[in-house]
Design a protein around this ligand. Structure first.
Ligand code: SF4
Ligand code: SF4
Length: 298
């Protein structure tokens, strides 16, 4: 019996109609797909940057609750942003962006506004950090969040380049990878994450992801109606390159302005095709070698 070789010229599948593997595309029940039996509703963060006042209570609450060490106390000289970026010891980062633009819906002289946004791990539906982890240190919880278990992290660092947002990082002098756990211990006790609890303006909202998506869509419509046409959601779409983020944002400008990638893609999405191609190449090589060997014996 002969087997037809696979067609290597096949185009990428249409994500809206085909679902050839679990590494990309919409995934409505991420915890069940990870093996959890009868999981609770998926939860996440909706960070509404339009009401962030830059107080950094979220950064402080995160550090206190999770015992995250200090990350350097130097001023960056970049506005009031003295944490710079997310990292092994910064699991919430409040960005301050100064712009020569008027405040939405208001007249200000001179034109000047601050955009403030509390960034965090996106707890992706398709988390490449988790896909590449060889020890199972990164795992999908029953709540649909992505957690790193530091006690079984071997410090290989594969997860670091895999993350399309540059979130996860190895800690200097320690070597293990660290990031936001969405306060897994608090969720287990029925409490909301420390940052959401501490936020005085409800810029950080925690809850069932579907409820948050509905609330976010209403908030965008409200902002549009009140003269803030640039308001948009980032990461809420289950059809995006990471299957929708578990932590999504309302932004007042392009994602790049906040240091966010405009079209993030799960970096492991093409792994099955790559392995398939490598298998076909190996099979062709073996066939060729066998033919040479057989020819040489005649
Ligand atoms: S944002 Fe990065 S670290 Fe967080 S779940 Fe997604 S891939 Fe992993
Ligand atoms: S606690 Fe809330 S208002 Fe304060 S910086 Fe964080 S997100 Fe902004």
């Amino acid at each position: 019996m002969t087997t037809e070789p696979p067609d290597l010229t096949t185009q990428r599948p249409n994500l809206t109609t085909e679902r050839p593997n679990l590494l990309y595309g919409p995934e409505p029940d991420v915890a069940a797909d990870a093996g959890h039996t009868d999981p609770p509703e998926r939860v996440g963060f909706f960070t509404d940057t339009s009401v962030c006042i830059g107080c950094k209570a979220c950064e402080v609450a995160c550090k206190e609750w999770n015992a995250v060490p200090e990350d350097g106390l130097d001023l960056t000289g970049m506005s009031y942003d003295n944490t710079g970026a997310l990292g092994a010891s910064t699991w919430r980062h409040v960005a301050f962006i100064e712009q020569a633009k008027p405040l939405g819906g208001q007249q200000s002289q001179p034109d000047m506004r601050w955009l403030m946004a509390s960034d965090v791990c996106k707890h992706c539906t398709h988390a490449a950090c988790l896909d590449v982890c060889p020890t199972g240190s990164l795992l999908r919880t029953e709540f649909g969040t992505v957690v790193v278990q530091e006690d079984i992290c071997n410090g290989c660092g594969y997860c670091v380049p895999a993350c399309p947002y540059g979130v996860i990082e190895q800690r200097e002098g320690d070597g293990r990878a660290w990031k936001c756990t969405l306060c897994y211990d608090r969720l287990g006790a029925g409490s909301e994450p420390a940052c959401a609890k501490a936020c005085p303006t409800d810029s950080i909202q925690f809850g069932p992801l579907e409820t948050l998506r509905e609330r976010a869509a209403e908030r965008v419509a409200q902002l549009h109606a009140t003269g803030v046409p640039d308001a948009r959601l980032y990461g809420e779409d289950p059809a995006d390159g990471v299957g929708g983020a578990g932590a999504f944002f309302l932004l007042l400008d392009e994602p790049e302005v906040y240091g966010l990638p405009p079209d993030p893609q799960v970096t492991t999405r093409d792994l099955p095709a790559m392995w398939r191609h490598a298998g076909v190449a190996a099979a062709a090589l073996l066939t060729g070698l066998a033919a040479m060997f057989a020819g040489g014996r005649r």
